[in-house]
Design a binder for this molecule. Structure first.
Ligand SMILES: Nc1nc2c(c(=O)[nH]1)N[C@H]1C(S)=C(S)[C@@H](COP(=O)(O)O)O[C@H]1N2
Ligand SMILES: [Mo]
Length: 419
């Protein structure tokens, strides 16, 4: 028999338990033991005949059909321009299944024949180069598990009154994958970068010809030309057959369907970095180039749509990430920020990756206000909404990383509040 939950320290107000709670087994199981012995003798209907056939490609259980991308909303008058979001409240761990990776396309998904696709490196280089898939795949590859977040993620939090929706509808423009590919540094070394070079302008083979300028320092640090996502070739929606991947930086810079890299002395001032992705202040001045994504976290369970049952022990779980490096700490509050306790971090705490956190919480059936606050290894602390909104123009939209508060009511349902 497990120990009684009363043996554990309550670490903060309103029933939040110490994170060591998870190191003990059997806490939730008392009362389930009697029914278990009886159930072991039963034969369920699906045990009475052989199961279905093998297949060449797997699919999730039909009972999991509700786990799908949300807000799949092409802009009016377009086929595939817009975004879809990862159902973060239905996932656990840190890896987003490729089929559920969020999408953001400025002009739909091109159908690219890899045999005809080329990556060209030109501009301030000694030898302009053109790579086909075969020549690219001969370079040494690296792989890392890292997040990708659209700078418009959580943009709804800027509205003067809290929008109501699920965690994914508000924060689902973030995903994490194992990205595998060729360090772009190696390709640039091959081309020979001239001494005057400071930037490059990358563009994609979609109809939008999305183009972004990237400082060379970032490229030499950790940029890759990604070919693989979670062990398989990239999905068309995520950039097949190749994309730029810039760990920790705003998603729009990770140019999909990567076609050309022009090495330059100055940024290109492309339409995709002047008309969008700048941060407008209340003084009317827009800040260009906010590259790394800020430290951030969100509780995915409980969250709107995942209603609690009877009062008792629950697991609070969520994801935290930072464009600057590793997550060092996540604190949880269930009393609206009056008191905080450290959450337990899952084993995989990786740089520029989602980190899974958990806390045990004894819900007494009353109303509660849940918050999470992440700190990264550089000491950046996730700010409150008030701090994020300070000096912003009312229509500024990008780079919201404020603390999310979920109000739990007596029925156990969660809603978005500003608190
Ligand atoms: N060529 C091209 N690259 C692109 C885009 C695009 O529309 N075209 N969208 C950008 C944006 S805004 C984001 S957030 C990410 C989204 O990547 P994903 O669709 O793989 O999630 O790709 C970026 N790269
Ligand atoms: Mo984006």
């Amino acid at each position: 028999m497990g120990r009684d939950e009363r043996d554990f320290e309550v670490a903060a107000g309103n029933g939040l338990m110490d994170r060591r709670f998870f190191l003990q087994a059997g806490v939730a199981s008392s009362g389930l033991l009697m029914t278990a012995t009886a159930a072991a003798k039963e034969r369920s209907p699906w045990m009475n005949r052989p199961g279905s056939a093998l297949s060449e490609s797997g699919a999730p259980s039909t009972f999991e059909a509700h786990v799908k991308r949300v807000n799949v909303s092409p802009r009016m008058g377009t086929t595939g321009s817009g975004s879809s979001r990862t159902p973060i409240e239905h996932l656990d761990g840190i890896i987003t299944p490729s089929r559920l990776h969020f999408e953001r396309h400025h002009s739909g998904i091109p159908e690219i024949d890899p045999d005809q696709h080329r990556l060209v490196i030109h501009g301030l280089v000694d030898r302009p180069l053109s790579f086909d898939m075969e020549s690219l795949a001969r370079y040494p590859t690296v792989s890392r598990i890292q997040f990708l977040e659209c700078s418009g993620n959580s943009g709804g939090m800027i509205a003067p009154t809290p929008m109501q929706g699920s965690a994914s509808q508000i924060h689902g423009l973030v995903s994490a994958s194992e990205w595998g590919g060729v360090p772009l540094r190696l390709l640039l070394e091959e081309a020979g970068v001239k001494a005057t070079a400071k930037w490059l302008v990358a563009d994609g083979a979609d109809a939008a010809v999305m183009a972004r300028s990237v400082p060379l320092d970032k490229i030499l640090d950790d940029a890759i030309v990604a070919l693989y996502q979670n062990g398989e070739r990239l999905r068309p929606s995520n950039g097949y057959p190749m994309r730029l991947f810039l760990p920790g930086w705003e998603g729009n810079m990770s140019i999909k369907w990567l076609r050309s890299i022009r090495v330059t002395a100055t940024p290109g001032m492309t339409k995709d970095e002047t008309s969008k992705y700048s941060d407008l202040g209340d003084d009317g001045i827009a800040t260009l180039f906010s590259f790394p994504m800020g430290v951030k976290s969100v509780i995915t369970s409980p969250s709107p749509g995942l209603t609690l049952g009877a009062p008792g022990m629950y697991q609070i779980s969520g994801i935290a990430w930072s464009g600057s490096g590793k997550i060092r700490r996540v604190e949880i509050s269930t009393d609206g920020g009056k008191s905080w306790a450290d959450a337990a971090l899952d084993r995989h705490v990786l740089s520029k990756c989602l980190t899974r956190f958990r806390s045990a919480w004894r819900w007494d059936g009353g109303s509660a206000l849940l918050k999470s606050r992440a700190t990264d290894e550089d000491g950046n602390v996730q700010p409150t909404r008030d701090v994020v909104m300070k000096n912003r123009a009312s229509n500024s939209f990008y780079h919201f990383n404020g603390i999310q508060a979920w109000q739990i009511d007596r029925e156990g349902s969660a809603s978005n509040v500003y608190a």
